[in-house]
Design a protein around this ligand. Structure first.
Ligand code: HEM
Length: 444
């Protein structure tokens, strides 16, 4: 990990960060637009101002991806795909994926998600019949993984489905950005112990992904087949085009599953704990019944549904902090930042500042109906050239599944807390998981 300019008098923030990274991020973001920090031997800068955050995210030449994208963090699983690469390599992989990421494809994606959602609802019918409590986050993760596999790999089960579920779950639970910064201060022996688990997970993931690549190599109708038949992969990675393809698929599967699944989990959770908000959603859907679930992606037609999703992503952004590393000396809000400095940005902290969002801990979807958020204050999908490639897919799936479930089922989150805390994991997992039970709604 890089060590930026040393300020020996700066107090060590690592104990506070380790105790509660969310509280620490919030407190720092509130202090100043740009705030120096020290985690043990690592020094860096935390940016808390929307305008300065935009400045950082927009300038991808000065602010490259930080340590979390590196080989101790996401790079271990994702390799060198669009999330984890920089510079010419990043431009190359984005060029490869662009033809697979067209507006026409995004427009027809809801019709491919609809049959997955039908099967999912049938599964929930059976759960309602049994009345047995279940793990809602695990359930959303499994179904969203199915949807991602269907959308991008034309194969819903991929032989190694259970392996993929486990790797995705472990990657989220164990490889959060907070873990990475704590690890920067561990002894090499401890780091090796941590890494062994990830190396095993990577080997498991590779077995499944290379099996998919081999199975689909000859098929012109799949993304894998198309990319292997064309010149694009070899232009970026002449020696190992299959490995590059593996990194692209790993990125789509890992970046696309846990993020969307946790966002949907939190929408359903918050609606269950806020009956007036879910009743308003049912009323909105009943007043203008969609002829298919795909209709609900129209935000103008279903503004309350959209507001509920946006408010959930404000409170529980699936990616809750980003880091960057400076490639040259620069200045931010009058503060000199040296070359090689770690710069932390937290959309979680930003979304919970009362300056931008009054009563920041309350679930109040109506705030998104009143006026759009101040520019740069609301960034669940990032900003600028590295804005999330999957945002349209994720939002469509979350809207369709939320509308279908809220219409057809009452979800009981038992002893759930209306203002629950996040766990410091890679996805936005609840700190205290509670089991869900379902009841089918009359007439549904
Ligand atoms: C609710 C769901 C999702 C959330 C909250 C989310 C959030 C984010 C954020 C915040 C970034 C920017 C990170 C940074 O700047 O460091 C990002 C990038 C990315 N996301 Fe998502 N994401 C979601 C779903 C998806 C899906 C479904 C896919 C693909 C199927 C996906 C693929 C990507 C990719 C490829 C990038 C890298 C873009 C680049 O750097 O060029 N994401 N996502």
């Amino acid at each position: 990990m890089p060590h930026s300019s040393v300020h020996p008098t700066l107090p060590d923030a690592l104990p506070d960060f380790a105790r509660d990274p969310f509280a620490w991020l919030r407190s720092q973001a509130a202090l100043a637009p740009v705030q120096r920090f020290r985690f043990g031997s690592l020094h860096g800068f935390m940016v808390g101002d929307p305008g300065v955050i935009i400045e950082v995210l927009r300038d991808i030449e000065t602010f490259a991806k930080g340590p979390y994208a590196g080989q101790q963090g996401l790079g271990l699983m994702l390799g060198d795909g669009p999330v984890t690469s920089d510079g010419a390599r990043w431009r190359g992989v984005r060029r490869i994926l662009q033809p697979e990421w067209t507006a026409a494809r995004a427009a027809s994606a809801p019709s491919r998600f609809a049959p997955v959602l039908d099967d999912w609802c049938a599964g929930w019918d059976a759960r309602a019949d049994s009345g047995a409590p279940f793990d809602l986050l695990d359930d959303t993760r499994r179904w969203i993984l199915r949807a991602v596999l269907r959308e991008f790999l034309d194969d819903e089960t991929c032989g190694g489905f259970e392996d993929l579920v486990e790797v995705v779950t472990r990657a989220e639970d164990g490889m959060g950005p907070a873990w990475l910064y704590l690890m920067a201060n561990l002894s090499p022996a401890h780091v090796d112990r941590f890494r062994q688990g990830w190396t095993d997970g990577r080997a498991r993931l590779d077995r499944v992904l290379y099996a998919i690549i081999d199975a689909q190599a000859a098929s012109a109708s799949t993304m894998v087949g198309r990319l292997l038949a064309g010149p694009a992969l070899a232009e970026v990675e002449p020696l190992e085009p299959r490995r590059l393809l593996r990194d692209l698929i790993a990125t789509i599967v890992l970046a696309g599953t846990g993020t969307t699944a946790s966002a949907l989990y939190w929408v359903l959770y918050l609606l269950a704990l806020h009956p007036a908000a879910s009743q308003r959603l049912r009323d909105e859907l009943a007043a203008d019944p969609p002829s298919a679930w795909s209709d609900v992606i129209d935000r103008n037609r279903y503004p309350w549904l959209d507001a509920c999703v946006q408010e959930t992503l404000r409170l529980y952004p699936s990616v809750w902090f980003f880091d960057r590393l400076t490639t040259r000396p620069t200045t931010l809000a009058g503060v000199d930042i040296p070359d090689g400095a770690v710069v932390l940005l937290s959309n979680y902290a930003l979304h919970r500042q009362p300056t931008w969002f009054p009563s920041p801990d309350a679930f109040q979807p109506e705030r998104f109906l009143a006026a759009p958020p101040v520019r740069g204050s609301y960034l669940p999908f990032g900003f600028g050239p590295r804005y999330c490639m999957g945002a349209p897919y994720a939002l469509q799936e979350i809207a369709m599944a939320s509308a279908a479930f809220v219409t057809r089922f009452d979800i009981d989150m038992g002893s759930g807390d209306p203002t629950p805390q996040l766990a410091a994991t890679g996805g936005a997992r609840p700190r205290k998981p509670v089991a869900a039970t379902l009841r089918r709604r009359a007439g549904a």
